[in-house]
Design a protein around this ligand. Structure first.
Ligand code: NAD
Ligand code: UFG
Length: 337
């Protein structure tokens, strides 16, 4: 089976690529490298001992994308490609709507023209907005608070409509919670440009001495220790969820939203303390003001993923912390070292 990954060189794409190769799939990656390095796929080839066909192109260039469909017989697509920084999306909303929506529409049109019927989409827990009933289950009403979030919300709706109009289409909307960690080899991982926005890459850069200290954004939330709680999920568990979702698509039609999380929340303080304990390294921190837009807590209901995909996260917090630190130590400058 041939799987096309859009954004295949990115953080989640490269881990999924490796898992697909391991499970015997053939993989094609399309990426414009706006937030990735070709080195990631070079290392995926090295780890798997297999080849990945690679196209450097922007998904908004429909003619270029058409050639990928002309040159390959594709059985399924996993659509990772997109801009993903919540804060940046507030200051550059049009970039986010242009990149994320046009890319998706081009991909869908070409899938229809070339009769490709299976699609897995990278959605996000951000579509649950400020829901206050935990755990978050897929039947809850969705709503967003950033242009980035709205692109996920809109794409989910576009895909539901497309699957309704074309009864042969099978779509899985995977709503990721907080993907963290890296492949245990330490060869592939998350390589953010500049100062990271997300907690774990920030923590690893403080631990290695590249940043002076972590600021914890608020300790007056309505949570047991006052810091925000999130559902962190190991990126290798997430990658396996995509393979299960492709298998599910292949034997069903319609459109399903499915959470990928562990169902267990950890607070920012618990994360920092566990990182220091597991890795025996210090992470200086202070408590700062709240970051605008953060919700107190959020975690996934994992029942639907278990029921439909037979998927369940296997790795725990210690694995996430250990693997994130190994990646940072072995690649102090990411893929550009
Ligand atoms: P990433 O930035 O590492 O990967 C996205 C990839 O898409 C990059 O390699 C980038 O170069 C590529 N890309 C972007 N626009 C493109 C375009 N127009 N044409 C071709 N390639 C393009 O991000 P990631 O963390 O791997 O996330 C993958 C997907 O999962 C994204 O859609 C993201 O919104 C979603 N998601 C991520 C998280 C997270 O915390 N990492 C959480 C929820 C959802
Ligand atoms: N945090 C800090 N200090 C930092 C960075 C983060 O205290 O320097 C805290 C945040 O306030 C939050 C927690 O750590 O409480 C996690 O923050 P992240 O930025 O790592 O993750 P978010 O939960 O804010 O965001 C994630 C994804 C988004 C997605 C969002 C909603 O990165 O793509 O979940 O589901 F939109």
């Amino acid at each position: 089976m041939v799987v096309l990954l859009t954004g295949g060189a990115g953080y989640i794409g490269s881990h999924t690529c490796l898992e697909l190769l391991k499970q015997g799939y053939d993989v094609i990656s399309v990426d414009n490298y706006c937030n990735a390095s070709p080195e990631a796929l070079r290392r995926v080839r090295e780890l798997s001992g297999r080849d990945v066909k690679e196209y450097r192109l922007d998904l908004r260039d429909k003619q270029a994308l058409r050639r990928v469909f002309e040159e390959n017989k594709i059985d399924a697509c996993v659509h990772f490609a997109g801009l993903k920084a919540v804060g940046e999306s507030v200051s550059k909303p049009l970039d986010y709507y242009d990149n994320n929506l046009i890319s998706t529409i081009n991909l869908l049109e070409l899938m229809a023209q070339f009769d490709v019927r299976n699609l897995v989409f990278s959605s996000s827990a951000t579509v649950y907005g400020r829901a206050d009933t935990m755990p978050l289950d897929e039947s809850l009403k969705t709503w967003c608070y950033s242009p980035y979030g709205w692109t996920k919300f809109m794409i989910e709706q576009i895909l539901r409509d497309a699957a309704f109009a074309n009864q042969a289409l099978s779509v899985v909307l995977l709503r990721y919670f907080n993907p963290v960690g890296a492949h245990p080899s330490g060869r592939i991982g998350e390589d953010p440009l500049g100062i990271p926005n997300n907690l774990i890459p920030f923590v690893t850069k403080v631990a290695i001495g590249e940043l002076p200290k972590l600021v914890i954004y608020g300790n007056d939330y309505n949570t047991p220790d006052g810091t925000c709680r999130r559902d962190y999920i190991h990126v290798c568990d997430l990658a396996k969820g995509h393979v299960d979702a492709i298998r599910y698509c292949d034997s069903h039609t319609g459109c399903e939203a499915i959470n990928l999380g562990t169902g267990v929340p950890y607070s920012v303080l618990e994360i920092v303390n566990s990182f220091m304990r597991v890795n025996q390294v210090d992470v200086p921190y202070s408590i700062g003001p709240r970051r605008p837009g953060d919700v107190d807590e959020c975690w996934a209901s994992t029942e639907k993923a278990r029921r439909l995909l037979g998927w369940k996260a296997e790795k725990g917090l210690d694995d996430m912390m250990r693997d994130a630190w190994r990646w940072q130590q072995l690649n102090p400058k990411g893929y550009h070292g």
